[in-house]
Ligand binder design. Structure first.
Ligand SMILES: [Mn+2]
Length: 391
């Protein structure tokens, strides 16, 4: 049997408020659906962040429902665990899609039970393949993993989750890899936006990565975007490359320049235009005259627009004004700085944990257009507070 594993499609996201960028996310999703139908794939597994926010727009919903209906007509089931962006307080659109039989949400009540101190994952058995999973909430997540007790069913066993394990990235990890339950063939990961694959227990952990470029970090890595096709007979994983919009990063060294000359230097160095590409300009160095505020951004933006770039973003984080020697940056991670700060404030352990959960949620939505960010943050923080009250 063959299945598709995709993740982090963030439907409804609209970088820089551009309709073209919203369509790009739709386009990636449609490529996967087309592939599934053309290649008669047996089922699809999505590991979260189907939508960019828990309450997507009607337009986003119409697109998604239409695509899922294409699969339903071909009898290709879609299994899903909601991601951090899909979960709000109580029921979300993912519940609606589940009720309409367009997806099977593996975090719905019918797929698990609480028994004494254990969470029994009854999951779903689909033609001999067992699927179960954990949704992408953040609070108390280590405790939840410790209590998991998956059913022993199935000839081929899949565990779906929306968390970063320490093998992927120590700094950004939600859980140590060793907390993943044992005895699965395929550990389907979401939340990490790049491709990652490793062995674990008798199976493999796979993160296909997001289907579009969500932030600067992803763009700078300059890695392609993928979904995976998995053969359950051999456990072989095929990476299928998505056709995505070109993103170009140009780093411009402005060391020793007068602020008024920065625009011309950018224009000279960008060189050849790539029509419809997203252009990222990163300025660096120390100016000798003028300040960052005096850089003629409009001159740069007008020029790139005339050249046919879809949009241009200018980052000045690594550029410094005259007379300001660069301060040796603290080597600590943001998480370490957070913890130290909170500990120094003499908060209780559980208060620190709550605060860090909240900070993590807020961080997750930073860099998004304000409305989506607000919606998401408020929804998720409400969830954490309600849970904290329960505990
Ligand atoms: Mn995501």
């Amino acid at each position: 049997m063959k299945f598709i594993h995709l993740t982090d499609t963030h439907l409804g996201r609209k970088d820089g408020n551009l309709d073209e960028r919203k369509k790009d996310y739709f386009n990636s999703f449609k490529q996967v659906i087309d592939y599934a139908i053309e290649n008669k794939i047996n089922f699809i597994l999505h590991t979260g962040d189907l939508f960019d926010k828990a309450r997507p727009s009607i337009k986003t919903l119409v697109f998604t429902v239409k695509q899922l209906e294409r699969l339903k007509r071909k009898k290709i089931p879609v299994f899903l665990v909601p991601g951090s962006h899909d979960v709000g307080v109580g029921e979300t659109v993912v519940t609606l899609l589940h009720e309409l039989n367009l997806i099977k949400n593996l975090s719905e009540k019918k797929y698990y039970r609480n028994e004494e101190n254990k969470i029994i994952l009854d999951g779903e058995l689909f033609e001999g393949i067992f699927l179960c999973g954990v949704l992408g909430k953040r609070s108390n997540i280590e405790e939840i993993y410790k209590r998991l007790k998956p059913s022993e069913k199935g000839d081929y066993r899949i565990f779906a989750f929306h968390h970063i394990v320490s093998d992927v990235n120590e700094k950004f990890s939600d859980i140590p890899t060793s907390l993943l339950p044992k005895n699965f063939d395929y550990y389907a990961g979401g939340h990490w936006h790049g491709f990652f694959k490793t062995n674990y227990d008798k199976g493999i952990i796979v993160y296909p990565g997001s289907t579009e470029y969500n932030d600067l970090r992803e763009i700078e890595k300059d890695e392609a975007k993928f979904f995976c096709v998995v053969d359950t007979e051999t456990n072989a994983v095929e990476k299928i490359k998505l056709k995505t919009r070109k993103h170009i990063v140009k780093e411009i060294d402005c060391d020793g320049l007068d602020a008024k000359d920065v625009a011309d230097k950018c224009i000279n160095e960008i060189g050849e235009a790539i029509p419809n590409a997203v252009l990222i300009i990163k300025l660096k160095g120390i100016l000798t005259k003028g300040t960052k505020a005096e850089i003629d951004r409009n001159k740069i933006l007008n020029w790139t627009r005339d050249k046919g770039f879809l949009t241009t973003r200018i980052y000045i984080g690594n550029l410094e004004n005259p007379g300001k020697p660069s301060v040796g940056r603290d080597k600590k991670t943001p998480k370490e700085i957070e913890r130290e700060y909170l500990e120094n404030q003499k908060y209780e352990k559980n208060e620190i944990k709550l605060a860090r959960d909240m900070i993590s949620l807020l961080g997750d939505v930073s860099g998004k257009e304000s409305e989506a960010a607000k919606d998401n943050a408020i929804e998720q923080i409400k969830g954490v507070l309600i849970e904290n009250k329960k505990n």
